[in-house]
Design a protein. Structure first.
Lengths: 210, 210
DNA sequence: TCTAACTTGTGAACTAATTCACAAGCCACG
DNA sequence: CGTGGCTTGTGAATTAGTTCACAAGTTAGA
């Protein structure tokens, strides 16, 4: 399989969410044109994205909604449950720990960890907060597939290093800082400041462009 | 000014955060090579990104840290305060309302709004929760530059439509759904499910690629 | 069975983004 | 004031991503 662009993977997620929506409504088939309209792209783009993984449609007819949605779930790795650790029991960590959207998609929040001794033992989102030392042990023991990082920027890189050392291969970070990981570890960063700056850039420079 | 790629704007944010860090430490100058190393890119990329906006460096010397950081703040529109409304007083909305990182960067959370009558009047992050009807009025009155949406997927598009109709030009959405806005409105979406699926895709397909 | 109306899958063309590579400028030092 | 060591800024080359355009397959209806 050749390397797949991140933009393609993001679009697959979008297509899947539509497919699940219309599958629920009992729609039997759909077309690249439908998916494009709903996902804000073009039908050629939809077909090209899918073509990296195989031929899932029928010419003249379109795509079977249940089949394509199953295939996309497989491609995206959603055919199983994923065990998630939340590292950092602050406001955002707590909000994520009890976010229902995770469970719906097969992401199970199994543990919440924090370095603040005064928090350890109390509950966040129905889960008891544990210490960072336990996090190391739990990761080494294979208890987690994914860690979600909601810690201050200063602490983030050293925690990432610990997680990587303990053998974790996927991290989603909300820390407002640039992190580095070895190439066999996948890292995604959501940086609110950066998103807002994208907006202010547009507000500030709108109209100056041609 | 020619159209600037979103990827360039994101990198400018990264460069700026480093510049602010080293400015605080009193470092007087830096180079495209430094910025590249810290930001996980190449020095040519850094110079190209900056070149869209002007020439800020000195050959043989590099960039003045205070000057470049000022310029980037100007480019990104951070030279002023931005008034932010949070729409949706759920867990995530509440976490964002009191997120200190916003204020540091000049984003002032002035109001929190929710459609649930039982929440209206109570406080979230030190701000009293107001009704959606008031949101319309406040936006029309020019009280806001930016809205941050933390509402369920089902409600998101209709709220976006209201905000757009009321004249708002910039929206940051955390709703897990695809939204559409007119071309004169800037929308950024943070979709946690999509980020996690990016990770599971990588975990599932790692090694299959060449 | 034939035709008309669709829709996919995919090379080819195009557009966008990144990287290369080097002339030009700057500083320090002798 | 000349030389050596750096570093920028930027066209050119390359690589990546998107869009075009059409052959080929499918269905429905006469």
């Amino acid at each position: 399989m050749r390397r797949i662009a991140e933009s393609t993977v993001r679009r697959l997620s979008i297509y899947l969410s539509f497919l699940e929506e219309i599958e629920e409504r009992g729609v039997p088939t759909t077309s690249s044109d439908d998916l494009a309209r709903l996902g804000g792209t073009t039908s050629a783009q939809v077909r090209k994205d899918l073509s990296f993984f195989g031929s899932f449609g029928k010419r003249g007819l379109g795509y079977s909604v249940p089949e394509l949605s199953l295939r996309l779930r497989e491609i995206l790795g959603l055919g199983r449950q994923w065990k998630v650790a939340i590292v950092g029991a602050g406001k955002i960590g707590a909000a994520l720990a009890r976010y229902a959207g995770f469970a719906e998609r097969g992401f199970m929040v199994i543990g919440v960890y924090d370095s603040d001794p005064s928090k350890i033992g109390s509950k966040s989102g129905g889960v008891i907060i544990k210490s960072m030392a336990e996090l190391d042990r739990d990761v080494v023991a294979g208890k987690y597939d994914i860690a979600v990082l909601t810690v201050p920027a200063e602490a983030a890189q050293s925690i990432v290093d610990r997680l990587v050392k303990a053998g974790l291969k996927a991290i989603l970070s909300f820390a407002p800082t640039q992190l580095s990981v070895p190439s066999d570890v996948t890292l995604r960063t959501v940086n609110m400041a950066m998103e807002l700056e994208g907006l202010t850039f547009a507000l500030t420079n709108r109209g100056n462009d041609k």
